[in-house]
Design a protein around this ligand. Structure first.
Ligand SMILES: [Zn+2]
Length: 281
């Protein structure tokens, strides 16, 4: 019965989404893949979604949009897990490509959906944002605050509010396992600098500086695959020889990536200040 219901929902989601995005949607969704013993990629080639496996249930990090929640559920199933065991869905921010799918996923799995206060207001339509969903108004479920944490099995998810990309970006730190080794992974929930204004740019810069000060970050889990070369690293992982370094473990590379974001943000800050001055004159 449950399987039939799931299949029905797949069909509904696919039908409605094709109608909604139609020919403009050129995104490709390939097969899921394992990154660490407890972390899998279940997103598409535009926006990420990760499946974090714990003894206390499955967690989805970002929900994608349109027809892709069906791809996520199919991927979870194909990886050998029961989609009904998805207990939590955390959305990094309230731009449609990261949260819109949480609506359907919650309906199918009854998972708790977590987002920050500000971005819940965007997600439910109280605050306007041009990149929010045109079709889904999510009802507020679980509001995540800075410093919150969630213990699940032998993992603890640590939550940070890192505004900039939106005013309520959620970033998450957690452990990933590679055999008998474990590493600290970090998902910066709002990478792109496609926003305007001195204030928001300063907030972004503060968030990047804050992350730069965090200790032992060695795995960069990006919410768009292109932003962190997720597919390139996955190719390296496929041909990795036993006993050699895991291609996703790269503390130095992570730090440099953050420093590059900082450099861009500093440049943007100067431009935004110039623009603001120009508007005053
Ligand atoms: Zn965004």
């Amino acid at each position: 019965m449950k399987k039939r219901l799931l299949f029905f929902l797949f069909c509904c989601v696919t039908f409605f989404s094709n109608a909604q995005y139609g020919e403009y949607d050129t995104v490709k969704a390939g097969p899921p893949f394992k990154i660490f013993d407890n972390l899998y990629y279940v997103g598409n080639d535009f926006v990420s979604s990760y499946l974090l496996v714990t003894k206390d249930g499955l967690v989805l990090l970002d929900a994608t949009y349109g027809k892709y929640p069906a791809h996520i559920l199919q991927s979870v199933n194909d990886l050998g897990f029961d989609p009904q065991q998805i207990k939590y869905i955390f959305c990094t921010h309230a731009h449609y490509d990261h949260f819109e799918g949480a609506d359907t996923l919650q309906e199918v799995t009854h998972a708790r959906v977590g987002m920050t206060d500000y971005d819940w207001q965007v997600a439910n339509g109280t605050i306007y944002n041009e990149y929010s969903s045109k079709t889904v108004k999510m009802k507020r479920d679980w509001t995540i605050n800075d410093g919150d944490s969630l213990k699940l099995g032998n993992n603890v998810l640590h939550f940070y509010v890192t505004p900039g990309h939106t005013l309520g970006v959620l970033s998450i730190a957690f452990k990933v396992y590679d055999g008998n080794k474990s590493y600290k992974a970090f998902m910066f929930g709002g990478i792109g600098q496609n926003f305007t204004g001195v204030k928001q740019t300063q907030l972004y810069l503060n968030s990047v500086n804050r992350i730069l000060k965090m200790k032992n970050l060695s795995v960069n889990i990006t919410n768009h695959p292109g932003a962190g070369d997720i597919f390139e690293k996955a190719e390296k992982l496929k041909i990795r020889k036993p006993g050699t370094q895991h291609p996703f473990v790269d503390a130095k590379g992570f730090k440099q990536w953050l420093l590059d974001l900082k450099k861009d943000a500093l440049k943007k800050l100067q431009e935004e200040k110039k623009k603001a001055k120009g508007n005053q004159n």
